[in-house]
Design a protein around this ligand. Structure first.
Ligand code: S6P
Ligand code: ZN
Length: 194
């Protein structure tokens, strides 16, 4: 007889809404939870004072067995901006240097921004159906540049761990901003200088 945890499990995922059933874990992040990562700190503070809106929510299901620890996390980023910078996830690296992750874009449009924080940067354009492999040690952040919610699923090992400090302190090389009504990527240093 196997332990209870070691039998197959199925859950359901609604691509358009990002809902999973069952959903044992829900995390909400408001502007105040990721204030430090937006380049326009005054705009972030104004939004917090005006009610601190929700930026995104994460629903995740841990598939933990006696010998493995995979998980699925479905993130739904709302449309919006802080100043002219699009709503985005906080961004993190994995604590373990042997832990990759796979992201699958389910709804909406935007970018997956990837940065080694040591000189390499990539922006992967996202629309429904795009699957991106995130190699170990690349910090990753999704940005919603559209008018609807951006929904994506991540597949990873829980033991990968999350490190947010370096992203918070250093930022990514580029930011996604709305200029002339359109989304553009620009150097963060240039954005900071106005
Ligand atoms: C976990 C995975 C995602 C993110 C989520 C929110 O490894 O990459 O579930 O946690 O997209 O991003 P963040 O940066 O707030 O954790
Ligand atoms: Zn991750």
């Amino acid at each position: 007889m196997l332990p209870e945890t070691d039998y197959p499990i199925s859950i359901t995922l609604e691509a358009a809404s990002g809902l999973i059933h069952p959903c044992p874990n829900l995390v909400e992040r408001h502007v105040s939870d990721l204030k430090a990562v937006f380049y326009d700190q005054s705009a972030a503070q104004r939004l917090i004072s005006a009610g601190d809106p929700l930026v995104y929510e994460i629903r995740y299901y841990p598939f933990v067995t006696s010998k493995s620890d995979m998980a699925i996390a479905v993130t739904r980023i709302l449309p919006g901006t802080v100043g002219d910078e699009f709503f985005m996830s906080k961004g993190h690296q994995h604590a373990r240097d042997d832990q990759a992750e796979i992201y699958y874009c389910l709804a909406g449009e935007g970018y997956l921004l990837l940065d080694t924080l040591e000189g390499d940067f990539r922006a992967e354009p996202w629309k429904p159906g795009v699957v991106t492999h995130i190699p170990p040690m690349w910090a990753h952040r999704a940005v919603n540049t559209g008018h609807e919610a951006l929904v994506y699923a991540g597949f990873y090992h829980l033991s990968a761990g999350h490190v947010y400090d370096r992203v918070e302190q250093q930022g990514f090389a580029q930011v996604a901003v709305r200029r002339g009504g359109l989304p553009v990527l620009m150097d963060r240093q240039q954005a900071l200088q106005g």
